[in-house]
Design a binder for this molecule. Sequence first.
Ligand code: ATP
Ligand code: MG
Length: 402
Amino acid sequence: MGAQQAHWQNSPAPNNVFKIPPPAGMGGSPASWGAPPQPQGLGSSGECTFAYEELAAATNGFSDACLLGQGGFGYVHKGVLTNGKEVAVKSLKFSSGQGEREFRAEVEIISRVHHRYLVSLVGYCIAGGQRMLVYDFVPNRTLEYHLHRKGLPVMDFSTRLRIALGAAKGLAYLHEDCHPRIIHRDIKSANVLLDNKYEAMVADFGLAKLSSDNYTHVSTRVMGTFGYLAPEYASTGKLTEKSDVFSFGVMLLEIITGKPPVDRTNAMEDSLVDWARPLMAQAQGDGNYDQLADPRLDRRYNPSEMACMITCTAASIRHSAKKRPKMSQIVRALEGGSSLLDDFNQGVKPGQSTFFGSSGATSDYSQNSYNADPKRFRELALSSEECNNNDPGTSSSVNASR
Ligand SMILES: Nc1ncnc2c1ncn2[C@@H]1O[C@H](COP(=O)(O)OP(=O)(O)OP(=O)(O)O)[C@@H](O)[C@H]1O
Ligand SMILES: [Mg+2]
């Protein structure tokens, strides 16, 4: 047992500890929890298993002081392992029903994925019905925080573009270079973490698949993250890489406009996407971005970079999943591959584009049904949020030092 853990066990337990209760049969005090019966260290395929007591020690008994926040899947605590490595420990609240073998298989797939723009899964813990995931700690909060938190300095446009490009590269890797390919399922600005140089690190890929409470969990998440959801996914549950592309497009829109995807204060009648579609058509036609661009940028952006971002956004949020670009195409476009911009537009004149008008409706999701849906989805989203304190869209970052 490492020095840090021994020290913690000898200290009086701080107030409000044990937010994550010890697994059944492990007693009520840290000293009596003991290690659950599982192997330690690196598993056969490189994944790392942790004992419950190891993670409890790393997070000071899952104390409030170490709580980073809470999302749709449960609490996240900051931890320091005995070797000094900083981690984020996510305690899954919907995991007890999933078979252990299935969970391990999924975790194994995710833990093999390492990429500059993806948050690595360091390991996991299974203790009784409790499942925990251990990630690299990323120090500079989330894109959502830096875009929307009041009182922070305005993120300049080149930083925003760099974050978009990093996230796009991470996602392209999941979609196109991983075997089996991984659909993220929950792309949003809260799942783009930032390092101290404001480089993007995409978090939580594959996580939705690890949750076993399929019905309630999926439905709360579908509604809770409504603003990012591809229409075909929201209406039929049909999931492809292109639903991630749609969500990525919504996130680009958030970056461009500085507005959240759904305005909870109801100042914006429609979702961000509905509000922005005609403005994007207009901006693409006349090159005037004043209506669309985040007013806090005060026009401090390179117009051709703004045009590129808008083109990528508009293509990504096309109604027709098939007509949305692949993530690797978006990467190349954001890097300045202008030929791809023509590709995206597929010969459609600005203002008549398939992603703005009925000509974009295809068999995989009809324009008529989309037109009828937004109000209904919005109502469901907001009412679901009222019923669900743990709404993933409203996770709170709290007081653990970063
Ligand atoms: N690897 C990490 N490093 C640092 N902070 C993290 C890490 N993972 C999560 N966090 C922080 O923990 C908090 C909760 O994250 P969590 O992923 O549970 O919520 P979310 O992203 O809002 O929703 P979702 O459940 O859909 O992912 C967020 O504030 C996030 O910044
Ligand atoms: Mg998250």
